[in-house]
Design a protein. Structure first.
Length: 106
């Protein structure tokens, strides 16, 4: 597992990391809570959280002896913006192709 990912899409490329992220956008969790039901150890969950945090997709706060993680709205908004830009460009390119007259019909 890579130690640090700066790109949100690359960070979400790992299925376990994506599952953790999906849980964190629903509500905040501690590491131990996140590990329940996942096929990885608590230390592995911590490493995945480090990557997600490095990519700006999660934030954490201290709560006694535990750290509580949640999805970072700013990171999520950035992913959404990138996806919307990609979709807009794709639709514009599709429109150009569709509106071109077919050869031999002019």
């Amino acid at each position: 597992m890579e130690a640090y990912a700066t790109d949100g899409w690359a960070a979400l490329g790992d299925p376990t990391r994506r599952a953790i992220f999906e849980r964190l956008v629903e509500r905040p969790y501690a590491v131990g809570e996140l590990a329940v039901g996942l096929p990885v150890t608590r230390p592995a969950v911590s490493q995945h959280l480090k990557v997600l945090k490095g990519a700006g997709l999660v934030v954490d706060r201290q709560a006694g002896r535990r750290r509580i993680y949640r999805g970072d709205p700013a990171g999520i908004a950035q992913l959404r913006g990138e996806l919307e830009a990609f979709w807009t460009k794709s639709l514009a390119a599709y429109k150009v192709i569709v509106e071109q007259p077919e050869e031999g019909t002019e």
